[in-house]
Design a protein around this ligand. Structure first.
Ligand code: A3P
Length: 287
């Protein structure tokens, strides 16, 4: 299969999943509904985890859909070329995923009452996670060593573009009342509190037992073992998990095992320059 990328607005998209027409359609024609809920992330920042949490909040802890249908069907990507008819014909309330940068997001979201959750992760960990994902995703270009991948990541020459641009674009909207900013690290530290916060934001009333069910069934261990979450239903030709697991480590701080001191220092300097308006390190305890 092809590892060719589609380049639109200077941003790389995997060509297996996207084409120019669907990206144009999503931005200009896709009709957002007021009761839509969006799960938006830069890749490898907790997308799948949030898909599963939203599925189970929506079902009030009922596990039947979570056990019978894969995550990409329950909370599909709006920008995928297969997304079009699929989402248009879906009953409300729809749960929708996206990796799009804010300037390519459906225009009809802005001004709607739809709710959007943007999840951020320490970019050093997202970079390491993406490096390993590229090793198993046969439709993505790989580099042999982490150092070469690090250079591409810093240039934004990776799928869905620069982390810095993606996050600063979305964070410029974070004070809008229909947007909730979450962090991967906050979810790791306090899964239950994070799920309660999401329920409050979404106006979903779950009792304690239902919340416990959501917490339990969205743990790293349980998602890794749920074939509807762990991507083992995808053929090896696309994602070859004989080379490594999609659910790889599920921790924070793994970057320390891969970044050199020089890379980390360079990263911190660029982070300081580009992200100075957002106070992310202090807020989320990133190192
Ligand atoms: P690692 O590669 O660091 O292990 P995405 O879903 O955006 O592609 O992100 C995948 C990353 O989220 C992987 O990170 C994966 O292990 C991690 N992840 C998924 N579910 C998780 C959970 N319940 N708890 C902690 N980490 C989780």
């Amino acid at each position: 299969i092809t590892t060719e990328d589609l380049v639109v607005n200077g941003i790389r998209f995997p060509a297996v999943a996207h084409d120019e027409e669907s990206l144009r359609y999503v931005q200009h024609e896709f009709q957002v509904r007021d009761d839509d809920v969006f799960n938006v992330t830069y890749p490898k920042s907790g997308t799948t985890w949030m898909q599963e949490i939203l599925t189970l909040i929506n079902s009030k802890g009922d596990l039947s859909l979570y056990k019978s249908s894969p995550n990409w069907d329950r909370v599909p990507w709006v920008e995928q070329k297969t997304g079009r008819g699929n989402l248009e014909s879906r009953p409300s309330p729809r749960l929708i995923t996206s990796h799009l940068p804010v300037h390519m997001f459906p225009k009809s979201f802005f001004g709607s009452k739809a709710k959007l959750i943007y999840t951020v992760r320490n970019p050093k960990d997202a970079c390491v996670s993406l490096f390993f994902y590229c090793q198993i995703a046969e439709f993505l270009k790989t580099t042999e060593n982490f150092g070469d991948f690090y250079s591409l990541f810093m240039k934004g020459d990776v799928i869905y573009g620069s982390w810095f641009d993606h996050v600063s674009g979305w964070l410029s909207l974070k004070d809008q009342t229909n947007i909730l900013l979450m962090s991967y690290e906050g979810m790791l530290q306090d899964p239950r509190g994070s799920i309660v916060k999401l329920c409050n934001f979404l106006g979903r009333d779950l009792d304690d037992v239902a919340i416990d069910t959501v917490v339990e069934n969205t743990s790293f261990k349980n998602l890794k073992n749920n074939q509807m979450s762990n991507y083992t239903l995808v053929p090896n030709e696309f994602i070859d998990q004989r080379k490594g697991s999609f659910f790889r480590k599920g921790i924070s701080g793994d970057w320390k095992n891969y970044f050199t001191v020089a890379q980390s220092e360079e990263f911190d300097k660029i982070f300081e320059e580009k992200m100075k308006n957002f106070n992310l390190k202090e807020r989320f305890g990133w190192d």
